[in-house]
Design a binder for this molecule. Structure first.
Ligand code: NAG
Ligand code: NAG
Ligand code: NAG
Ligand code: NAG
Length: 423
């Protein structure tokens, strides 16, 4: 894959060789070799073109076949109303200002520029935590709503005092991270994230949270970097979920919520995976077709946000609003990362494994599943892929729990504190 032309953004002139640490920060001194630089999100120059393209995109007046709703893909009326909101109410400058309230950096690791946000707790005993998702999330963006709570001091249900230093990278090929080299895999990403946490940021041990392709990265850290990755929380694991037939054959009985999730998981395998096969096999076709089409990306990405989230998305406590979808799609369009982001599928045909095996680690594994996600694993299955200590299923939420059930995600991630042992 050739390097993509990146959007201009204004990196602050001062290049720090190490991050400025508070007195409360880890005592290990970060490596000086990774040229860490602060980054300011500034994509304003690209916005007029995006708005013109949105304005000039023609959609049919009426659906070709009315009455099919969203059963045949994104509903025309939904797409039209999102497009209208983008054109008439959405304000990129406001979004950008919000994004710049976070501490953004880039670091060059193994020659690759990696973008991340880094929010530190005031608590000297805070647990370093790396959080990441997969497409269509996968950048720092969707974790905004959980950062304040995770960096604050809090108590778990069991009374453990806990807070986190939170690092949210953008996967290679997403947002301000360089596109990955051609044969790069998520295991390579795990290796550079390990270097980011230890060598660059100076955290000798850390915890991870991952979902979707981000779960593949987090799981590889859990599996292959067991001296540094000392706890892992997932809301999706990088294994193909068992089919309903397989679950029945294992003699596992499920409660009604689990039965619902198993059905959604099965449906994904039957009718929900067209995008997956396309992005795996022919990413250039859909990638180039939509590369310069904001409304096209809105249809492709928006459908996933709508389909994979709770039907009550956008109604508090869910923060998965229409505006959230628009700013996510805007970030893809404005950073020119649509092609490089979906290439992650082509580069990682084995990201989700068929064989359930136990990795060589003593670190605790915690799993939280959310009702409208598209993969479900019974407790008995999860026990075979790690040192499972917490298994929770939630009635609210889906594939984007940081947005559509942030409170539950925060509470469950905090439980890492109950099992954390500095080794
Ligand atoms: C969209 O295009 C029309 C026709 O050129 C123009 O009048 C209108 O101001 C544009 N709207 C926006 C929001 O740019
Ligand atoms: C929790 O940690 C904070 C910050 O270190 C400390 O001030 C507080 O006393 C701790 N609380 C408990 C219950 O240990
Ligand atoms: C990537 O892998 C393919 C297949 O193994 C190989 O033909 C190609 O040369 C590799 N490309 C790079 C840049 O290493
Ligand atoms: C890490 O993995 C190795 C095998 O690769 C194993 O021998 C070792 O006990 C593991 N260490 C921890 C701390 O889990």
């Amino acid at each position: 894959m050739t390097a993509l032309t990146r959007s201009p953004f204004w990196a602050l002139a001062t290049a720090f060789t190490v991050l400025q640490r508070t007195a409360a920060g880890p005592t290990n001194s970060p490596s000086a070799s990774c040229s860490v630089k602060p980054l300011l999100v500034d994509l304003s120059a690209e916005v007029p073109r995006m708005m013109d393209l949105i304005n000039n995109t023609r959609l049919p007046d009426l659906p070709v076949y009315p009455g099919v709703g969203s059963s045949m893909g994104i509903d025309l009326d939904v797409l039209k109303s999102l497009k209208d909101e983008w054109l008439n109410e959405f304000d990129w400058e406001e979004e950008q200002e919000e994004m710049n309230k976070l501490n953004h950096y880039t670091a060059v690791i193994e020659g690759l520029t990696v973008h991340f946000t880094h929010e530190e707790s005031d608590d000297p005993a805070a647990i370093p935590l790396l959080i990441n998702h997969g497409w269509p999330g996968s950048s720092f963006l969707e974790f905004g709503p959980v950062l304040d709570a995770l960096t604050a001091s809090a108590e778990t249900e069991y009374g453990t005092n806990v807070s986190f230093h939170v690092v949210a990278p953008s996967l290679p090929g997403f947002a301000f991270s360089d596109p990955a080299p051609e044969n790069w895999t998520l295991a390579d990403t795990a290796r550079i994230y390990n270097a980011l946490m230890t060598n660059v940021l100076g955290y000798p041990t850390f915890a991870v949270h991952g979902t979707a392709h981000g779960a593949a990265v987090a799981y590889t850290l859990y599996e292959d970097h067991n001296t540094t990755t000392r706890a892992a929380h997932f809301s999706f694991i990088p294994f193909f979920p068992p089919t309903a037939e397989a679950v029945a054959a294992m003699g596992i009985t499920l409660d009604p919520l689990e039965q619902f999730m198993l059905k959604r998981s099965d449906d994904w395998g039957r009718t929900g995976n067209a995008y997956y096969l396309l992005q795996l096999n022919t990413p250039n076709t859909i990638g180039l077709a939509l590369y310069d089409s904001p409304v096209g990306q809105l249809a492709w990405i928006g459908e996933k946000y709508i389909d994979w989230s709770d039907p009550s998305a956008g109604v508090p406590p869910s923060l998965l609003t229409r505006r959230e979808v628009l700013r996510c799609v805007s970030l893809y369009y404005l950073t020119h990362t649509f092609v490089s982001s979906i290439y992650t599928y082509a580069q990682n045909p084995m990201a989700f494994r068929h064989a359930y095996t136990k990795p060589p680690t003593t670190a605790p594994l915690l799993l939280s599943q959310f009702k409208y996600n598209v993969g479900f694993w019974p407790r008995q299955v999860v026990e075979t892929v790690g040192n499972l200590v917490e298994y929770r299923n939630h009635e609210l939420g889906g594939n984007f729990p940081a947005l559509d059930n942030p409170d539950a995600l925060i509470e469950d991630i905090r439980r890492i504190g109950d099992y954390w042992e500095q080794s």
